[in-house]
Design a protein around this ligand. Structure first.
Ligand SMILES: [Zn+2]
Length: 263
């Protein structure tokens, strides 16, 4: 009888432990998105979540701030704002965010990356390490960068311009010989206008003084970590997106991706 009790207790404890492990690992592999690119393109820069709420969903990711006031970097559970003057600051929990994408980063695989002379070469290298084209990858790269060029949106005022017009007034920064982290994602074609298919990285320097949306780079060496994500959760804006008068905004109109030779 006693043996039976011990066996029963063991089964109960084990199944409780197992269910918790499954739930926890499930939570770790969800891509949480707030807002959509379609809404951002059309100039909806209203808050979908606070920084505090985003921290509860993930410890790694990127986004922009309310009224497009700078680009967001989420790294190791801390949230940073790269503003259009070139300043990087840690953000308080009550700050608002109209677009974000975060995960609880879990390393599925790690690869040594060779030197690259352009963002295109980096993407080609990363393509070889992605096993699938139909899921999401969160990608963290620790690297040494002889050159890196970033951008940060500037705060917008009503009536809001669309994202293409706002991008024309973004701050652009060119740094040399820095070490830091690229925080980003690869998304499949099927995300369409909800988000942007392909790679998207934000940069944060090791000294936490430089950062922003990655435009171009040269990388001497790097370590890439990959987290394969098979679930996506989207929170839409609580504020209706009002199309701007007479404007149809297409993703191809966004001109953030300039080469190093561009101004
Ligand atoms: Zn970005």
């Amino acid at each position: 009888m006693r043996k039976m009790m011990i066996l029963l207790l063991t089964v109960v404890v084990c199944s409780f432990w197992l269910s918790n492990v499954l739930v926890l690992s499930g939570e770790k592999d969800v891509f949480y998105q707030g807002g959509t690119y379609a809404a951002l393109y059309a100039g909806n820069y209203n808050q979908v979540a606070t920084v505090g709420q985003i921290k509860e969903k993930g410890n790694f990711g990127l986004g922009v701030f309310d009224l497009l006031d700078g680009d967001m970097i989420v790294l190791d559970g801390k949230v940073y704002q790269a503003d259009s003057s070139g300043n990087v600051t840690k953000v308080k929990n009550d700050a608002g965010v109209p677009f974000y994408e975060v995960v609880n980063f879990q390393v599925d695989s790690e690869k040594e990356l060779g030197s690259v002379e352009s963002i295109r070469q980096l993407y080609n290298q990363l393509d070889r390490f992605r096993k699938r084209d139909d899921v999401i990858y969160a990608i963290r790269i620790e690297g040494t960068f002889p050159q890196i060029k970033t951008a940060a949106f500037s705060r917008q005022y009503y009536p809001y311009p669309n994202l293409a017009e706002a991008a024309e007034r973004q701050g652009v920064f060119h740094y040399e010989n820095v070490t830091g982290t690229l925080v980003g994602f690869w998304l499949p074609d099927c995300v369409d206008t909800m988000n942007q298919p392909g790679y998207h990285f934000h940069f944060l320097s090791d000294d936490r003084q430089k950062g922003g949306h990655l435009l171009e780079l040269e990388m001497e060496k790097g370590i890439g970590q990959f987290d394969e994500i098979v679930e996506m959760n989207i929170a839409f804006s609580g504020v209706m997106t009002t199309p701007l008068a007479g404007e149809q905004v297409l993703p191809t109109m966004i001109t953030r991706q300039n080469g190093l030779s561009e101004p």
